[in-house]
Write a protein that binds this ligand. Structure first.
Ligand code: ZN
Length: 303
């Protein structure tokens, strides 16, 4: 019995340790991804909504946003997917180039968030093309797992819009820059993944991500309305335009996220107030563009 008690105590201790260890930052936090996917799902064409519904696992209850952090949850099981959440650009280079930057640490080309968006978009374009019989489920095109392709694309479209997911190589997109968010110790990257969104929800939206989504949708249909078509557009009839999204992110990283921040900085009201508009814009653009991409993949028929 003693052995079992000791075992139970050890398990409890392990659970506590796991619970308090900070998770490595690999994307917008849960709320950021949820916001991007909620904005997107409401903008899907009939054809895209039907395909998304078909591809989502039944336990998602038709709700894409419930699985938009799935890609973060599988990063240990699918360790090959870890480099697909971000892009490293050379230090102090405030631009992005696919040929120069989209590679993993071993230099394998295409293994970055932009390459992943292109890859999963191509996979999803096979949807419905090779069902062996009319009665078979279309969640697999034979070659690919299209459910996973949808969840990866939905997640990575969020990540590529987080400015520090296209950041400098030596500080790992701000992950190694230790700062304070008000009185709390954290890293610059985490402030952009989580803290600015959380503080906004606390200060303005009754700690309710849904109210944040409502406010962003109001701006998409109001203040940003004349920009939305431009956000949706892709050059040269491409289906997804990761080059545009990546270039915008490193520009925002330089102009906003990294600006006037050094190791040990304390970031509070001034930083929050001046950077929140950037976070709002990037969440809205991520959502609008995820919908536009899924509509291009599955068909444009408007609801
Ligand atoms: Zn991620």
């Amino acid at each position: 019995m003693q052995g079992r008690q000791a075992g139970t105590a050890l398990l409890l201790l392990l659970a506590v340790v796991v619970a308090v260890l900070p998770a490595p930052s690999l994307g917008w936090g849960v709320d950021g991804h949820l916001i991007v996917c909620q904005i997107a799902q409401a903008r899907l064409s009939d054809a895209a909504a039907k395909a998304v519904d078909d591809l989502l696992p039944s336990d998602a209850g038709g709700n894409l946003s419930s699985l938009c952090s799935w890609a973060d949850k599988v990063r240990f099981r699918y360790h090959w997917s870890a480099p697909l959440h971000f892009i490293d650009v050379p230090d102090n280079e405030c631009s992005y180039s696919y040929d120069r930057d989209c590679k993993d640490e071993e230099g394998v080309k295409g293994r970055c968030v932009a390459g992943a968006i292109n890859n999963y978009t191509s996979q999803l374009l096979t949807y419905g093309s090779s069902s062996p019989s009319p009665s078979s489920k279309s969640s697999s095109s034979g070659q690919y797992n299209l459910t996973e392709a949808l969840l990866f694309l939905s997640h990575f479209m969020g990540d590529i819009h987080q400015p520090l997911h296209v950041g400098f190589a030596s500080d790992k997109g701000g992950n190694t820059i230790d700062v304070h968010w008000y009185r709390r110790k954290t890293e610059l990257h985490h402030i952009w993944d989580v803290n600015i969104i959380q503080t906004a929800e606390k200060d303005y939206y009754d700690e309710d991500a849904g109210k944040f989504v409502d406010a962003l949708n109001k701006s998409i249909k109001g203040a940003w309305l004349d920009k939305v078509q431009e956000w949706e557009e892709c050059a040269k009839n491409q289906t997804a335009c990761s080059d545009i999204y990546g270039s915008e992110s490193i520009a925002a990283a330089c102009d906003s996220a990294y600006k006037n921040v050094t190791e040990g900085s304390t970031l509070g009201d001034e930083y929050f107030g001046s950077r929140l508009p950037v976070v709002k814009l990037r969440l809205a653009q991520g959502g609008v563009r995820l919908a536009a991409t899924l509509n291009r993949i599955f068909g444009e028929s408007k609801p």
